[in-house]
Design a binder for this molecule. Structure first.
Ligand SMILES: *[C@@H]1O[C@H](CO)[C@@H](O)[C@H](O)[C@H]1NC(C)=O
Ligand SMILES: *[C@@H]1O[C@H](CO)[C@@H](O)[C@H](O)[C@H]1NC(C)=O
Length: 175
């Protein structure tokens, strides 16, 4: 029940409890623009994983300090997209969205992988999830995945994303 409520509150986002984690890269936000396939999700809060829509991929667009996140997921057989607009905060790599939602870029090499933290403050509680993305539809980019693993090994709960055709359609600009 609580999981269902959460998922209506935030859709593609997850909640968060953010300890101020700084980015480990000198981030140039615009360079993470474009398509990313979601490979894995982790959270230390089981509720957060249960509330997750099974996002298959993201397409990020930047305009000045604004960011647009288009997420795609498979809803009963159709590829559905959800778009959120946010803006960069004063900390590089931190983006805020309406509804007390945030995205932090924790690590990326721009070309192969990205590790993002998505957070939400909901009913006075912080929820968060870390997500691992690759540019490629085919590979999981092992060096990047190893970094994700190291960063999240203490969290315990993992969920592998679905490898579906919706990500492919998003990458090709067909949804
Ligand atoms: C950023 O978004 C704001 C609010 O939607 C808008 O007023 C502004 O023109 C946008 N800036 C750019 C550079 O797109
Ligand atoms: C969506 O998921 C259903 C089963 O859950 C699958 O049969 C279908 O092929 C998927 N659609 C796409 C476009 O990936």
């Amino acid at each position: 029940m609580e999981a269902r409520l959460l998922s209506t509150v935030w859709g593609l986002f997850l909640v968060c409890g953010l300890q101020a984690e700084s980015t480990s890269v000198d981030l140039v936000p615009e360079k993470i623009a474009g398509f990313w396939k979601e490979v894995a999700v982790t959270s230390d809060q089981n509720l957060v994983l249960k509330a997750q829509k099974r996002v298959e991929g993201l397409f990020l667009t930047f305009s000045g300090r604004n960011i647009t996140v288009k997420a795609v997921y498979n809803s009963s057989g159709s590829c559905v997209t959800e778009t959120s607009m946010g803006s960069e905060r004063n900390i590089v790599g931190e983006f805020a969205f309406p509804g007390q939602r945030k995205i932090y870029v924790l690590d990326t090499d721009y070309e192969h992988y990205a590790i993002l933290k998505l957070s939400l403050l909901w009913q006075g509680r912080n929820f968060h999830v870390l997500k691992y993305f690759t540019r490629s539809l085919e590979t999981e980019d092992e060096p990047g995945f190893w970094r994700f693993w190291e960063m999240t090994a203490d969290r315990g709960l993992y969920m592998l994303a679905r490898h579906g055709r919706c990500a492919e359609l998003l990458k090709e600009g067909l949804v």
